[in-house]
Ligand binder design. Sequence first.
Ligand code: CP
Ligand code: NVA
Length: 322
Amino acid sequence: MQDNPFGSLDHKDLVSIADLSTADVLRVFATAEALKAGRDRYTGLLAGKRLGMIFEKESLRTRFTFDIGIQDLGGSAVFLDHSAMRLGSRESVPDMARNLDRWVHGIVARTYRHRAVTELARNSSVPVINGLSDFLHPCQALADFFTLTEHWGDVQGKTLAYVGDGNNTCHSLMHTAAKLGANITVCTPEGYEPNLKVMNESLEAAQESGSSVQTTNDPREAASSADAIYTDVWASMGQEDETEERAAVFSPYQVDAELMELTRNGLFMHCLPAHRGQEVTAGVIDGEQSIVFDIAENRLHVQKALMVLLMAKAPQPAGALV
Ligand code: CP
Ligand code: NVA
């Protein structure tokens, strides 16, 4: 296996950005930058390492980028999807973790219940990476802020307005903004505000970094101080039966050209998949201010960095040859 010049994170897993220090986040970015610049220089960093991918929900970006990412680094992936099993139905999540522990060097999990990710992490000795739960989407937020650093040089003092549902993506953006000293204004309809625990964790981190975390129900107010506007789907995976009700509540929160006009020549961001004509107009997402596909590309580089920083030093499974 090629020597790892990038070091490791202080934490075994990536379940929540709240668990990481600012130095950890910056280490992920520095590693991602090096891996992106030298894609063919680091092809043996995870030689022989195996990644277990457990996905209870659909995915394009997360699945492709982890699978391609581990292959780029010399390793391989085994994928188990929702058609093969429901987490915790055939056997308990802790037992599943104790099995995987013997075969793989790292696990990526995309789950309905956030608790399933924390249980996997607690019951395995190998790193567990949260590939999206109903509560958090940390890999996404890291790629989002990595992309912003590419565009702006530094995100400190810049303001991101998140307009839409106070959901998993929103929560991880709040955590990451606060760690990095970026201001974040979260704008939701009444009743769809972000989780209180996330709010408090973010406020605490923002106090340390000198940034602000604010909430409002008024999209124009949020946009008027923003350097970038971010939105996500109005009904997340698992909320499909609320689609119609949410469409009515969220329609005043659509990101359109008029809202973008209020920003400081702001960038447009979305984790994708997007619904043109709902949370964002086609003109905005397909326009010049949109960086959505830069972000999608960077999912690859940031997750390769995460795998290197977590898996290079991970224990050897009892059932592994390498
Ligand atoms: N943004 C994101 O996580 O995309 P997928 O759901 O396609 O993985
Ligand atoms: N909030 C969305 C993000 C998809 C990447 C969902 O959970 O479906």
